[in-house]
Design a protein around this ligand. Structure first.
Ligand code: CUA
Length: 331
């Protein structure tokens, strides 16, 4: 329905149909109520117009009428709320085995990096039929990642990650917009999302400069920035052992527990004092201003790549690399 109506953007993601169905329902019900009201006004205006010898009849309240026009709309609104909430949760919950694309927005461009290492600007290549998760942050002000064909819109904020996901269903090129006013060239902060057949996508991935995976870049940084000096993986260092940390619950010094997700790792690099792991001292210096957002992304990707290793409770030195291997190349 509406496929060829130019008012409607292409429908190219798994949940686009659900969003449209709700939207069409809202338009239909609003249209129906609007039509009913104006019809009644017209009919009553003609039927009960003032004529000679007519006298208005006064009517006192009617419980049946009042209950009907209270309960009926209430039911309709609750129905709309539940329907919309289901779609909202669907959009808020990225599926497990999605492929990650790290995004850094800035005035005025979109920078993407795939976990395989490929970088692109204002162009995003994704495979059809795969769940793709966008891990996004901003270098400066608030932007908003908006792909109408996917029915996806997510604010991109400085100082934290926000997530969005989609499952592209149709190969093609789709518009990417910034949907949050972010300065002079806001309207020029646009790009293209290229949805490709899996084979073509693999070809695209293998083309271009081979810079190594994002996790590899992160591993290099982990070593060159000196992280490995304290975060050792062979023995307990001055900082927690980070092998297998990602996705685990972490007990903090103040008794709180947090999940080691992307935002936790990011914060621990840039604001190390914010959450101190139980049993450790707040001795880590901040890396704010020393590492770019892209480098933080690489470090996050590296730590995530360590999660598949056998590891117990995060922070305990129970992962030992084979002898003769340096601690950092613990893969
Ligand atoms: Cu970025 Cu508007």
């Amino acid at each position: 329905m509406f496929e060829n109506l130019p008012l409607w953007p292409a429908r190219a993601s798994a949940y686009a149909g659900n969003v449209d169905a709700l939207y069409i329902f809202l338009i239909t019900i609003c249209g129906f109520v609007c039509l009913a009201i104006f019809t009644m006004i017209t009919v009553f205006a003609v039927r009960y117009r003032r004529g000679a010898g007519q006298k208005a009849e006064q009517i006192e309240g009617s419980n049946a009428l009042e209950l009907t026009w209270t309960i009926l709309p209430f039911g309709i609104f609750v129905f709309i709320f539940v329907w919309a909430a289901v779609i909202y949760f669907q959009q808020r919950t990225p599926p497990k085995d999605s492929t990650d694309v790290y995004t850094v927005a800035k005035q005025w461009m979109w920078k993407f990096q795939h976990i395989e290492g490929q970088r692109e600007i204002n162009e995003l290549h994704v495979p059809v039929g795969r769940d793709v998760r966008m891990i996004m942050t901003s270098q400066d002000v608030i932007h908003s990642f908006y792909v109408p064909a996917f029915r996806i819109k997510q604010d991109v904020l400085p100082g934290r990650y926000t997530l969005a996901w989609f499952h592209a269903t149709k190969p093609g090129t789709y518009h990417l917009f910034c949907a949050e006013y972010c300065g002079t060239m806001h309207s020029g902060m646009v790009g293209d999302v290229m949805v490709m057949e899996p084979a073509q996508y693999q070809e695209w991935l293998s083309g271009g400069a081979a810079t190594g995976s994002l996790a590899n870049t992160g591993q290099g940084l982990f070593s060159s920035l000196g992280c490995a000096t304290c975060h050792r993986s062979d023995t307990q260092g001055r900082g927690p052992n980070l092998a297998g940390l990602f996705g685990k619950l972490v007990l903090l010094e103040d008794g709180r527990t947090v999940i080691a997700d992307e935002n936790y790792i990011r914060e621990s690099i840039l604001l190390p004092a914010a959450k101190i792991v139980s049993g450790f001292k707040p001795i880590m210096p901040t890396f704010q201003g020393l590492v770019s957002d892209e480098q933080v992304n690489a470090l996050v990707a590296y730590l995530k790549s360590l999660r598949s290793q056998p590891a117990g409770v995060a922070g305990t030195p129970d992962v030992k690399p084979p002898t003769g291997q340096t601690p950092v190349t613990n893969k």
